[in-house]
Design a binder for this molecule. Sequence first.
Ligand code: NAI
Ligand code: MG
Length: 362
Amino acid sequence: TALKLGMIPADGIGKEVLPAAQRVLEALGSAIPKTTFVPLQAGWEEFNRNGKALPDETVRVLKEECDAAMFGSVSSPSHKVEGYSSPIVALRKHLDLYANVRPVSSVPIPGQPGPTCDMVIVRENTECLYIKKEEIKTNADGSKIALATRQITSHASSRIGKMAFEIALRRGQEREAARNSGKDVWWKGEPKVTIVHKSNVLSITDGLFRESVRAIREGTDKYNGVKMEEQLVDSMVYRMFREPEIFDVAVAPNLYGDIISDGAAALVGSLGLVPSINAGDDFVMGEPVHGSAPDIEGKNIANPIASIRSAALLLSSLGYTDSAAKINAAVDAVLVEGQYLTPDLGGKASTTDVTEAILKRL
Ligand code: NAI
Ligand code: MG
């Protein structure tokens, strides 16, 4: 078999870190099926060139020709621009990539007891405030009122809940297997899913999210071995910063998931380390958690690791777990060694230096 990957660098540092991920995938050679990379357009620059942030052709090629895709990052303006809408949000919708899976783990330091943070944030990817139903009205006195609709459905909440429990189950099995093969596994208890919400205030919307996720565990015996806890989103941030080691899998509505994952990225050293996949039932797209980082773009100093790890996650979700593990081991080796680190991690290395150090270890 062969693999066809849509490659969408989009804007800013996406154009620097996505090629790094491609080089790493290419270096795997025959360890993965013969891979063709299909360059595709999207983003703010594309909008300014051709009037569309997500060209129809990009969606068509992804749907009809590609097995999976990789995305860089997009520069969305902070003010309303007529006709512009974030292509990544649109892509998630077009391809029904309903889950954004974001593993966040601290760098393994040899001789240390274990990571201080090793969790997976499972973010709902299709609804919440991201349906972008906003309106603005002017009151009789001339003052303004802006309103946004927040949509939570039992359908979307159930399927993201199921995804979270499946991931927790798999992590539990992987830890068990590692333990049985004599490895020192740091997480001792059962796998755990933490439901993140704010249903003390938003009892209808977040209430439905919470109920739907809870019902997933309660509706079957399959997840009996997975603990279920809940955490209000504000105290989730607090506890994550105080004791990140207590979290295994966290599942959250779209906006909370977005916010807590950037927070978690700070815990492990940099946004430039945290990968993700956007996953649906038929398609998967790897994407670093970070944005287009205009403050560092074009300088060849962006950390390529988030993008490279996203490629590994993508491979893993396509079933090429050995190749994924190889990439992750090479990345860990470079991080532990500490000689080639980009400035976000306190080093002086360039994007290219880090990529080449990883390639060498592969
Ligand atoms: P950002 O994630 O681009 O940057 C936040 C901070 O982290 C910056 O100081 C940046 O230099 C640093 N950073 C991010 N990635 C890094 C990397 N790989 N290596 C080293 N440092 C890194 O978030 P910001 O600045 O809020 O947004 C910039 C643009 O990105 C906006 O237009 C926003 O809409 C867009 N964005 C796009 C996303 C996507 O494509 N999925 C996600 C988040 C933001
Ligand atoms: Mg974000």
